[in-house]
Design a protein around this ligand. Sequence first.
Ligand code: SF4
Length: 905
Amino acid sequence: VNIGTEVAHLLVDGFDQFNPLQAQLLALLASRVQQTTITLPQVQGRENTLGRRFTEARQRLTTAFAETGESLTAHEIPVLDDLVRHAGLNHLIQNCFINGATPISADDGLSLIEAPDPKIEASAMMRQVKRLLLDGTSPDEILIAVRDWTLYAPHFDHAAKRYGIPTVMHYGDALANNPAIIALLNLLELTRYDFRRRAVLDVLRSPYFAVPEMNDEIINQLDVISRDQQIIRGRQDWLDAIRLAAVSTSDEDGERHHALLNADEANHLREILKTFFEALTPPESANINQYIAWVEGLIGSDTTTAPDDDAVETEAPLYSLNVLAQIRQTNEVFEARDLLALQKIKSVLRGMLATEKLFAVLHLEQTEQTNWRDFLQDFKSAVGTATITNNTNRSGKILITSVTDARGLPHEHVFIPGLSEGIFPRPTSEDPIYLDSERQALTQAGIFLETQAERAADDRLFYELISLPRKTLTLSRPTIQNGAIWPESHLWRAVKVSFDDADTNVESHKIQLGGVVKAEEAAHRSEAALAVADSFNHGVNDESTNSLYNWLISQHKEHWQHIFQSRSIELQRMMSPTLDHYSGRLEDARLLDWVAAELGDRRIWSASQFNDYGMCGFRFFAKRLLKLEEIEEPETGMDAAQRGTVIHAVLEDTYRELAQRKVSITPENLDTAMTILRDVATRILPDAPRKYGFRESVLWAQEQVTLMRKIEALVRADFSDESPLGKKFKGADRLAYMQEVPLGGEDSVPLRINLGGNVVKVTGYIDRIDRIGDRAIVVDYKSGSTTIPTSEMTEGRNFQMMLYLLAGEAILERESQTDTNAPTNMVGGTFWHLNGKLSGTINIDESEDADALAEAQVRLGEHLQQGRGGNFASVPNHKGGGACSHYCEFTQFCRVNIMNQRKRA
Ligand code: SF4
């Protein structure tokens, strides 16, 4: 009641507008205090344009004071040249937005920076800020005002941390951006998407959660198992995958894959994961209090602080992820940030509870029970609108604030970024009721209506901002948006036309896309190193570069030496024709010994191992010795390998049955073959997803139809007069003889082959062996359409057919011991593609093919020697040498493509 009666002098400063209610309140307050002084800016001579906001504020005050019966006397302070303010800035204030004003030189009062994007723009501004600080300016004298807080605040924050500049951000971060809160929301979403693989692993690996009984080893096992078994989501799928991980398997090459777990380990892992799933599954329906207690139970209590009096009372949770305890284990900065966010989350939960109680008291809604989906939705909405309050004191720090909050805060140095179209001024949509043209017409007719630009009022806002600095004003703008030129805003142009040296000013501060920070502007060690290296590369040897170089080698000697050495290695890779230990040639004696043993007698090879080496030594090294493999997220549906396996399985069983029934491959037996094929497919296809480890996609039914159409076409061709096999290998009564034949025979002992005196052990399977009379041919199905010409073999890139023919001879030899009617020798072999084409056909009777086989053995012998000698040079051998295969997952390791690009540049 007595508000203001004891106040002697009320001073209202820093406002540029008042709405009618504010004006009335101020007038009422003024009637109680002894004396009131209100300051308001004005733009003399431009009261109805730039100064309209101030004129209106003054009119509202006049009206309100008159209604209250208070007198209000206006004291107009004439425009004086501010002698303290930089002359160029005085000129800008007086002439900005005036057509035809005579431009002057901005001198050092103004900097105009153009940078490719807001991130580089913010860094450029912060470098200028750092320069001011180094020159003795107090941080309290510097203000950064941004129009688009969401776009610019993170970049300024990042640049400030990088350059070690003390700043205070006016607005706190959005709660939803805090990493701990993101992790918590992801955790709460797990059940909604039925425990998606990636999301489960992210939660398990999150540093914010201590999941009971889970450790790194267990989580890595789950990662491998779920990839292996193609888990996409689903708690039962997860549990089934763990069970299957305890079973050993073999692949097409006959290479054995041992079980990832034994039975006890699998049972234990299943129990841990089951408990996790159950604990992370909220009740379907509960009241708000119960859901809040459940969430708080997962977060866990903070055992290191006194209990929070306000906390919602909960029973000790049976399963907690101890988020608070985890946060306390991080470093100080993260701990403070995340604890603040967790506090906020707790207050959001309490707010939800309070709202619920209020609704109940007011009988607004029947609120006893709700469901998890609605609760989570409300919780996420509440988190989405919450911010983490920033209570940091400004003193000794640079203030970064929004343009609206910067008004009325004069500083020595002011920075305003974002003067490109769509940022500053902020775009506003045209009013759908009155178009701008209609608004202008109505205004002329005496009915005042603001246009779109006037509604935005950014011109006036900008004018207020450029009136703030006394010594320097720095403006900047981004120049590239989505790869296209980003036009400057009219505010940028308005400043430029006020100065005759504006173009030079822009040019001297411009940052090109991919440009290096100049030596004299570098504000971080890595920028300094880059600037020096760039100058030296371009033969620049000026004072800034030299002094920066001297600083680097005296203060950061190791860093500079590291850069220097890396550069020498890169140059060696680019320029030198000799390959060294940076390009895949092992030199260390211990490594050479290890490789010799690893690729020696004990190694069991396969055709694809030889092919990998033949394609590129480095590829073999990365894949087969380092055992690196690309991590691929499982997807629904078959991948190419699984598709091939399904096709092979159907053809294998079909031809096995044809062989057992001794049905010769001739046109008259086509119907029998098709009947058998369809029976086999009916048996195999429905079980294929489970057996071959893929998830049925919605297209699975259609995929089966497409697969069958192709397989039927192949069998039909095989049984026709036009059979590609029949044409290549002539003879009556061709019969399917053997299917899926192990190279070393039925006892699966690896085949031994002699390569120029080196005996190697090889494993694998031949898809099919047909017999024509007493001779045999090898058939290998290829589900892909890329052909494998014989030159792939002679040029040392694909040894599959050569191995199969050598193995075929051994297999026939062995068969003859138990089967007096076995074929006596191999006639050749071919790759048969599902599109009907043959490729890589070898007919041993033809001398050219026989030579090709011999040549391939020589090539393979050479590869073997090189590999055993530690030569895994990154020299690709695709397309006759020099090219990498279409896709190679190791391109980031060998860097051949990167080097090739650099050589071309
Ligand atoms: S990208 Fe080329 S050079 Fe590198 S490993 Fe693969 S094939 Fe070899």
